[in-house]
Ligand binder design. Structure first.
Ligand SMILES: NC(=O)c1ccc[n+]([C@@H]2O[C@H](COP(=O)([O-])OP(=O)(O)OC[C@H]3O[C@@H](n4cnc5c(N)ncnc54)[C@H](O)[C@@H]3O)[C@@H](O)[C@H]2O)c1
Length: 596
């Protein structure tokens, strides 16, 4: 029969502990909440009342239920108060020696049958367990931040955790309304092992001024649909905690350089910039503990006028190409009121592109998103041509031809001859160096990358890629154009993968490596990222949608340019591509799609 948990203890009421108290108390379980001092106890209590008051204000919790919830919590300083609880969850800072000391003490204080659990993110549960005389009753219960919201719990069993204890904790998770995945004791478990390399990489981008904090975060939110950007997430996790997790993962996880904490993190921790909890991290918050970001000296100042930033006026736009991206981009510009000249390599191709744009606009009309008059006006703004000469008087050219450097270079050389001076020449390349294309012209200062996402009419993000030769006016023009299109333009340097792909694909590749190592299943890994981190799709779902061949090609590019050993494509990914398992498009990738 499953064990009854009528009272539990939570040790450490910081970012995680206070949330864990709420999870138990909400589900009718009595909680003894323990801190190290009265002041820390008060902080934990304030966090809990703040959170439950917000739930009441939002109509998610009745006042009476809030009062009952709060009455279930017994606030205490010191571990001695835990003598009669059935389970303890420890959520003190991520230091092995501290956790071991606490577990030795818990072993002494708690009743013999009590389960002792740690919420550690990266330390070895096994090493923590051997500080007690009951390692078979020690387990990892890893909640996600914020604990009351995130559905996932990683249950971590060591080689000595008894099967009963695992089953009892799994049943408890279900009672708490959580989804659990049970895994072995490995640094970072599932979610953090996949998350922290990405977070550290994003901090590295910020540290090296590759892109601004706002642009890095907007890129991942809008380009991948993530609930928050990586730097905002670092602030939520807490930079001190994130540092310790990275440091432990580096040491325990095979000294992967991608987990060696970016030096800026340590500097910020030393300076007391811990994130939300201290009121300042990558962003500045209204006050310590507040989720509300307030402007600071790094907040971009809106001048109110793009022309004041040196942006050039753009009225007429040339779009070169006849594929999916070109078609979408023509539609985007025409709908936004620009005159558009579409150039393809022949009348037949032009007719096809014209038809595709019409079909897409008509869909907008059917869905009630576009009036017939606006559709006709948009189409009326486009002229269809098969010769580049018609680009002589445009203000901006967007190139969206095949992803081959020689073809793009030849095209840019032609554009250089045809276009009037002062025109901004943009490439939509997603993997080639923009500088190579720029140097095919005599005017590299006017060349910029405009990386639209597919489908262009829907995706809100554009990466604006500036090379070392791109002028400030060109970048300002690109920004102004993106704003006029109703898109968010994020500016970044000219490196493989720009922002989104450079941060996304190594994470996907890591998921494949995790599967290959048989640490977990594709289903559990997908669950972990969706329910633990709020990702819209798990890595294997996304790989099957993007295409394994496309993913492999991008990962290879990243590896070749950055020479980062951890970016080496997962052998399993290569094998699947070789076998023709390319994802949805071929009917099979990580999953079989033929019967779905
Ligand atoms: N922050 C996250 O996003 C996150 C997510 C999942 C798991 N975790 C893990 O949860 C644990 C706690 O992390 P956090 O971010 O909540 O840390 P935190 O710094 O926000 O809170 C730690 C709390 O522990 C208290 N504490 C320290 N020593 C104590 C003692 N001897 N007895 C009682 N209380 C003591 C501190 O006063 C503090 O309030 C870590 O193991 C971390 O890896 C963190």
């Amino acid at each position: 029969m499953a064990r009854e948990f009528s009272s539990v203890g939570v040790v450490g009421l910081g970012t995680m502990g206070a949330g864990i108290v709420e999870v138990f108390a909400r589900n009718g379980i009595d909680v003894v909440a323990v801190e190290i001092s009265d002041a820390a106890l008060e902080r934990g209590r304030t966090t809990l009342t703040g959170s439950t008051d917000r739930a009441v204000a939002r109509g998610k919790l009745a006042e009476a239920d809030r009062d009952a919830l709060l009455a279930r919590v017994d606030w205490q300083v010191g571990l001695d108060a835990l003598h009669s609880v059935d389970l303890v969850i420890e959520a003190v800072p991520e230091h092995l020696d501290l956790k071991q000391r606490i577990f030795a003490e818990l072993d002494r204080v708690c009743k013999p049958e009590a389960i002792l659990a740690t919420n550690t993110s990266s330390l070895s549960v096994t090493e923590i367990s051997v500080a007690t005389t009951r390692p078979n009753q020690v387990i990892g219960i890893h909640f996600f931040n914020p604990a009351p919201v995130m559905k996932l719990v990683e249950v971590v069993r060591t080689v000595v955790t008894s099967a009963d204890v695992v089953a009892d904790v799994e049943a408890l998770c279900e009672r708490l309304g959580k989804v659990d995945v049970t895994i072995n004791d490995r640094a970072g478990f599932i979610a953090n092992a996949l998350l922290f390399g990405y977070l550290n990489h994003a901090v590295g981008m910020f540290e090296s001024h590759y892109a601004s904090r706002e642009d890095i975060d907007a890129a991942m939110k809008l380009g991948c649909g993530l609930p928050m950007g990586p730097l905002a997430l670092m602030d939520l996790i807490g930079l001190d905690t994130a540092y310790e997790i990275l440091d432990t993962m580096y040491r325990r996880g095979g000294r992967d350089r991608r987990h060696a904490p970016v030096p800026l993190i340590k500097q910020m921790v030393t300076a007391g910039l811990l994130g939300r909890k201290s009121g300042r991290g990558f962003y500045t918050y209204e006050r310590p503990g507040s989720p509300v970001v307030v402007p600071d000296e790094q907040t971009p100042v809106a001048t109110g006028s793009a022309l004041a930033d040196g942006a050039r006026a753009i009225a007429k736009v040339g779009v070169v190409g006849s594929g999916t991206m070109a078609t979408g981009i023509i539609e985007v510009f025409a709908k936004a009121g620009y005159e558009v000249v579409s150039v393809t390599r022949g009348a037949e191709k032009s007719a096809k592109v014209c038809e595709a744009v019409k079909t897409s606009l008509n869909k907008g009309v059917v869905r009630g998103k576009l009036s017939e008059a606006d559709r006709d006006a948009a189409l009326g703004r486009v002229t269809w041509s098969a010769t580049l000469d018609h680009l002589a008087d445009v203000d901006l050219v967007v190139e969206a031809v095949v992803e081959e450097l020689s073809v793009k270079k030849a095209l840019f050389a032609s554009l250089d001859e045809i276009c009037k001076p002062g025109v901004v020449l943009a490439t939509t390349t997603s993997s080639l160096p923009v500088i190579d294309v720029a140097m095919a012209t005599q005017r590299p200062a006017d060349v910029v990358g405009l990386h639209f996402f597919n489908p262009a009419p829907i995706m809100p993000l554009v990466e604006i890629v500036q090379t070392i030769r791109t002028s400030a006016e060109t970048t300002a023009t690109a920004r102004a154009v993106c704003a006029a299109l109703g898109k968010t333009g994020v500016v970044c340097g000219d490196r493989s993968g720009f922002i989104v792909n450079a941060l996304l694909f190594p994470y996907l590749n890591d998921a494949v490596k995790m599967l290959e190592a048989s640490y977990s299943t594709a289903d559990d890994i997908d669950y972990a990222m969706k329910l633990g981190c709020g990702y819209p799709m798990g890595p294997f779902e996304l790989l099957d949608v993007v295409g394994l061949d496309v993913s492999l090609a991008i990962q290879r590019e990243l590896y070749l340019e950055l020479r980062e050993p951890g970016f080496a494509p997962a052998p399993l990914l290569e094998h699947l591509v070789t076998a023709g398992y390319l994802g949805r498009k071929s009917g099979r990738g990580f999953r079989d799609h033929t019967n779905r």
